[in-house]
Design a binder for this molecule. Structure first.
Ligand SMILES: NC(=O)c1ccc[n+]([C@@H]2O[C@H](COP(=O)([O-])OP(=O)(O)OC[C@H]3O[C@@H](n4cnc5c(N)ncnc54)[C@H](OP(=O)(O)O)[C@@H]3O)[C@@H](O)[C@H]2O)c1
Length: 233
């Protein structure tokens, strides 16, 4: 690996937005630490690793044990951008009268708890980097002001929760010059977004990378879309 290049760490890098982050940063010459639950079955990611500066690691973001082990394994790394991308919409009841308890817990563990636990585990690696940036993929569906259609209780609550986590992180880490980018990727054509989504994955990730490249200390903790627009809380 090229030690002088910037380094990015990504969760959920085997498909969707996470895979495209890995692809675009690798194409730009970054060192990519790509994580996913099942590296044995991550063919698209493995193909990137064959051609670029991409290393693949196993990480289920809901496993405290795996987070701790990987943070130990990568303890000497310097991580310029840590991207908490892994996400889950919920696959069972999400409308009033059909809420599934266990699925809600799973949504909260992946979308809300994991970004904080992963950040806690890797914050020293970020602190010793040049760019010192932590990104969290949230959603406009976590915005209270934008909620005009109701429903989606599991996902909305998980993303509203992670928005607060990002805000607190931005305050708590400011004295270490670490910035926090809270990002809405748009409605994107992935397994989660579905085929009718408004934008394709490269468009979203190109925009998100532009936002990440230009985020200022004053914008740390702000709720930003892939096109740079500020989203109301
Ligand atoms: N697509 C949209 O329109 C949209 C809109 C707003 C926000 N977002 C957010 O953007 C992020 C990426 O979404 P996407 O559209 O790319 O979703 P996606 O296509 O459904 O991919 C989700 C990714 O998260 C991973 N993941 C799920 N649970 C995990 C766990 N416990 N540990 C590790 N990885 C896990 C998945 O891995 P497996 O393959 O192992 O399941 C997969 O790599 C998410 O945070 C999502 O909430 C997406």
């Amino acid at each position: 690996m090229n030690k002088s290049a910037s380094t990015i760490f990504i969760t959920g890098a085997n498909r969707g937005i996470g895979l495209e982050f890995a692809r675009q940063y690798a194409a730009d010459g970054w060192r990519v630490l790509a994580t996913c639950r099942d590296p044995q079955n991550a063919d698209a990611l493995d193909a990137l690793a064959d051609n670029g500066d991409v290393k693949v690691f196993a990480l289920d973001v809901t496993s405290q044990e795996q987070i701790g082990k990987l943070a130990d394994e990568l303890q000497d790394e310097s991580i310029d951008i840590l991207i908490n991308n892994a996400g889950y919409y919920g696959s069972k009841g999400s409308s009033l009268g059909h809420i599934d308890h266990d699925d809600w817990i799973k949504v909260l563990e992946i979308n809300t708890l994991a970004p904080l636990f992963v950040t806690e585990a890797f914050v020293e690696q970020v602190a010793r980097s040049d760019k010192k940036l932590i990104a969290i993929l949230t959603s406009k569906m976590g915005s209270l002001e934008d909620n005009t259609s109701g429903g989606s209780y599991l996902y909305r609550s998980s993303k509203a929760g992670v928005n607060q986590i990002a805000k607190s992180l931005s305050i708590d880490l400011a004295h270490r010059n670490i910035k926090v980018a809270l990002l809405h990727p748009g409605w994107v054509q992935t397994d989660m977004g579905g085929p009718n989504a408004l934008i394709d994955v490269p468009t979203s990730v190109t925009g998100l990378r532009d936002v990440l490249a230009n985020v200022t200390p004053a914008q740390s903790g702000a709720f930003l879309a892939y096109d740079g627009a500020q989203i109301p809380w």
